[in-house]
Design a protein around this ligand. Structure first.
Ligand code: C2O
Ligand code: CU
Length: 463
């Protein structure tokens, strides 16, 4: 079948609206309802539809857009085909609503999740069922959840129609047009088809002006190295303005952006000098264990028009974006975690697999204390993007590999960090704000489902 490269428009999920909003003692709480359900999507017009399971009849699901400090309650009703668990990735959620992998919503049941939304940033939500996260996310249980800080409005960053969420990942389609399941893969799963917002290799009509792109990688095993290339083959310089946990302190210009699974980067791209031309988002990250296929070097295309309908928020990106509250500096390593193969399991952290019930709490940091965690990967197939729930961290170093600490990676707070073979990464964070039991794991979802996950328990200090 034809792969339909750059022939279909980029779908943009609708913004989710609350069922109702209440004011209580000066607090604003919005109540939402989200349904896990099966759907069919006609991805290839000449083939059968693809069978998906998403949210509210779409895959990816609707985009949440909430203001910072507005609290939300999301009722998730499961009308899908198996158990569900919702995780709001990037949110300091209290433990009972964090989507613990064994806290399941059975088919026909619902659960109400409460989110405090205390920090702005490009979050995403996805399923987190023990052993089924990879297939559930792959078949459509993921979406964006953007927390907007009214303090950002003064920065003049592109907004409204010029602010585009891009969920980038990969997939494999069968000859009949349906997806091929990643189930049964224990090492990695790489698609030969690149998808953005559910569409293989889409295009987006843009105006010759600046855009804010919020890029998230939902792939199971594929990290990307993205660049923007014009028709003459020149790579355009873009401006990174935000990371997983919100705006950078200052923007960082770059010609390429490495994005691991679960990571988010916000980028301002200026299309003003490409009137009537195309700009293509390319991917150059391959490696011994990261296979490239015929068109996996291409992601999507921006078709630049000739006129601008609004020049609002099209000025220079300010040199200061916000004042980041960095964790207090610390150089002694508190804990080390080896991501590798272990014992009976295919994947493990410090030799332990998530199902080792008695041993899986690998750390008990004290609430409110700064800790420096070190992650090591001696080597093996694929990469391990390390994700810690609850907190966000400063990546203080990356050593042992060829990449080193990336300039934009050092400029903001994050909740996922790429760990490649041979590398050691150090991450500094305040363990809080809440106490409780949380997960940390590899965000290569094939590894996560094969038990490369552990728990840490933020312990309350005695008063
Ligand atoms: Cu995005 Cu525990 O995951
Ligand atoms: Cu991994």
């Amino acid at each position: 079948y034809s792969q339909w490269i750059f022939e279909k428009p980029l779908p943009i999920s609708p913004v989710k609206t609350p069922v109702h909003t209440v004011q209580v003692n000066g607090r604003t709480i919005q109540y939402y309802e989200l349904t896990v359900e099966a759907l069919q999507a006609q991805v290839y017009p000449n083939l059968d539809a693809a069978n998906l399971v998403g949210y509210d009849g779409m895959a990816p699901g609707p985009t949440f857009m909430v203001d910072r400090d507005v609290e939300t309650v999301v009722r998730v009703t499961n009308r899908g085909e198996g158990p569900a668990a919702l995780h709001l990735h990037g949110s300091p959620t209290h433990a009972p609503w964090d989507g613990w992998a064994e806290d399941l919503i059975q088919v026909g049941e619902f659960k109400d999740y409460y989110y405090p939304n205390v920090q702005a940033g490009p979050l995403w939500y996805h399923d987190h069922v023990d052993g089924a996260t990879s297939t559930d996310v792959y078949y459509g249980q993921h979406g964006m959840y953007l927390i907007h800080d009214p303090a950002e409005d003064g920065l003049g960053l592109p907004d409204g129609d010029y602010d585009i969420p891009l969920l980038v990942g990969d997939a494999v389609y069968q000859q009949n047009g349906d997806l091929q399941s990643p189930e049964g893969n224990q090492i990695n799963f790489f698609g030969d088809t690149i998808q953005v917002n559910g569409q293989p290799w889409p295009y987006l009509d843009v105006e010759p002006r600046k855009y804010r792109l919020r890029i998230a990688n939902f792939a199971l095993s594929r990290p990307f190295d993205l660049s923007f290339v014009d028709e003459s083959g020149e790579t355009i310089e873009v401006t990174v303005i935000g990371a997983d946990s919100g705006l950078l302190g200052s923007p960082v210009t770059t010609e390429n952006i490495v994005i691991a699974m679960g990571e988010r980067w916000e980028v301002v791209v200026d299309f003003s000098s490409f009137k009537g031309q195309n700009v293509t988002m390319m991917n150059t990250l391959d490696g011994a264990d990261i296979p490239m296929y015929a068109n996996t070097d291409r992601v999507m295309r921006f078709t630049v028009g000739n006129s601008v309908s609004s020049s609002a928020n099209n000025g220079d990106v300010p040199s200061t974006l916000r004042d980041i509250n960095w964790p207090q500096k610390k150089t002694t390593v508190d804990r080390q975690f080896d991501f590798g193969h272990g014992g009976d399991a295919v994947w493990s952290i410090n030799g332990e697999a998530f199902s080792d019930v008695n041993n899986r709490v690998l750390a008990r940091p004290q609430q409110g204390k700064v800790e420096l965690w070190q992650f090591n990967y001696r080597g093996g197939p694929g990469t391990h993007p390390v994700h810690i729930h609850l907190i966000n961290f400063q990546v203080v170093s990356r050593t042992g590999g060829s990449r080193g600490l990336l300039p934009y990676e050092a400029a903001g707070l994050k909740d996922v960090v790429l760990l490649e073979p041979g590398e050691t990464v150090q991450a500094l964070a305040v363990y809080g704000p809440w106490h409780g039991l949380y997960m940390f794991h590899c965000h290569n979802l094939i590894h996560e489902d094969n038990l490369m996950m552990a728990a840490f328990n933020v312990t309350r200090l005695e008063e």
